[in-house]
Design a protein around this ligand. Structure first.
Ligand code: 3HC
Length: 316
């Protein structure tokens, strides 16, 4: 660990490895590169790494065009990112590891067990999980005091919040350093002093989502009108269905499944509508169909039929 006792201006954790080059991991790597740190972006899929770099290139190019970033800053940030298809080896030099792989606790535990054996014992290990609290993973690493949650929001290049989640064993000094790290990467930390499933923002978001689904399933209003109410009556930047399409309907499904498994409370289980969409492979923007339909450029075409069977006669 690099900077527990240093001044505010000292760069905390200058070498970061982000594991998982999906929608979250790619943008987290971009945020960290923009903060002047060296980032290793690791994913077993070379294709996912290519897609991640192309996405960052295109997002940053658009910022340059809009005059929000200089061409030089773009080049510098881009050059700070290196990639590897060997996630465990990619952590060997890291001061901080941020895991952003699939939301399955077994996969995360297996990964951290392997990383725990090879990373320096002082390296801080964190998960971007939206479902799992640190104590569900930390016991697989030597020195679980260095383990915590760092939960970013989608799209991570834009959203300011990062939840910093302490497990029961997390060293308070590491929690403090993580909070400063989040500020240094130009985000706003929200500290969870103790574990609770869903943390702060997703618990509130889920309550809104549940009510939106309740209104839809009860036939009270359409997807479009529920979204419109949230935007035009409540000032939300996007409605709950538009947001599920952005973040991935499967992510919300896995989050609720994990919560249901933890609590056994049927109110925590994924809704019928969401389950049917996941089974039909209608996962939102990334598949071109979710609660809305999208063209190949990502432009919204209109509302997608939302039926119990999602148009598949083998379901329902
Ligand atoms: N990736 C990166 N940047 C994006 C983006 C994306 N997918 N979509 C939009 N942006 C950028 C644009 O490039 C633009 O940047 P600029 O200001 O430099 O030009 C900026 O965001 C604004 O975009 P737009 O003008 O096109 O559109 P909006 O004003 O509608 O903003 C939005 C888009 C930022 C996505 C906004 O609609 C929003 O804040 N939506 C709510 C997002 C939200 O609630 N996220 C939390 C999800 S929950 C979660 O992540 C939890 C996890 O556990 C799943």
């Amino acid at each position: 660990m690099t900077a527990m006792n240093n001044t505010e201006t000292h760069q905390i954790w200058p070498r970061v490895t982000v594991i998982g080059a999906g929608a979250m991991g790619a943008q987290i790597a971009g945020v960290i590169a923009r903060s002047g740190r060296d980032v290793v972006l690791a994913d077993t899929s070379a294709e996912a790494l290519q897609r991640a770099l192309a996405m960052l290139d295109s997002r940053w190019e658009s910022s340059v065009t809009k005059g929000r970033m200089t061409a030089e800053a773009k080049l510098t940030a881009y050059q700070r990112i290196s990639t590897t298809t060997e996630p465990v080896a990619g952590c060997a030099q890291a001061d901080l590891v941020i895991e952003a792989i699939i939301e399955r606790v077994d996969a995360k535990r297996d990964l951290f067990a392997a990383i725990g054996e090879t990373t320096p014992v002082g390296a801080v290990l964190s998960t971007n999980s939206s479902s799992f609290v640190p104590s569900q993973i930390a016991d697989v690493v030597p020195n679980p005091g260095r383990f915590l949650g760092l939960h970013f929001f989608n799209p991570a290049l834009v959203m300011k919040c990062v939840e910093v989640i302490a497990g029961p064993d997390t060293d308070p000094q590491i929690l403090d350093a993580a909070t400063k790290f989040v500020e240094q990467i130009d985000k706003g930390p929200v500290v969870l002093r103790k574990e609770i499933n869903g943390f702060v923002a997703n618990r509130i978001l889920n309550a809104v989502r549940d009510e939106a689904i309740h209104l839809l399933e009860g036939g009270y209003a359409s997807v479009t009108d529920i979204d419109r109410a949230c935007r035009t009556a409540l000032g939300y930047p996007m409605g709950p269905f538009e947001l599920m399409d952005l973040t991935g309907i499967d992510i919300g499904y896995l989050t609720k499944t994990a919560r249901f498994e933890a609590t056994g409370d049927t109110r925590d289980a994924p809704s019928r509508t969401v389950t049917d969409k996941v089974r039909a492979g209608h996962l939102g923007r990334k598949t071109g169909r979710g609660f809305y339909l999208y063209d190949e450029h990502g432009s919204k075409l209109g509302e997608s039929p939302t039926t119990a069977a999602e148009g598949d006669p083998t379901h329902g």
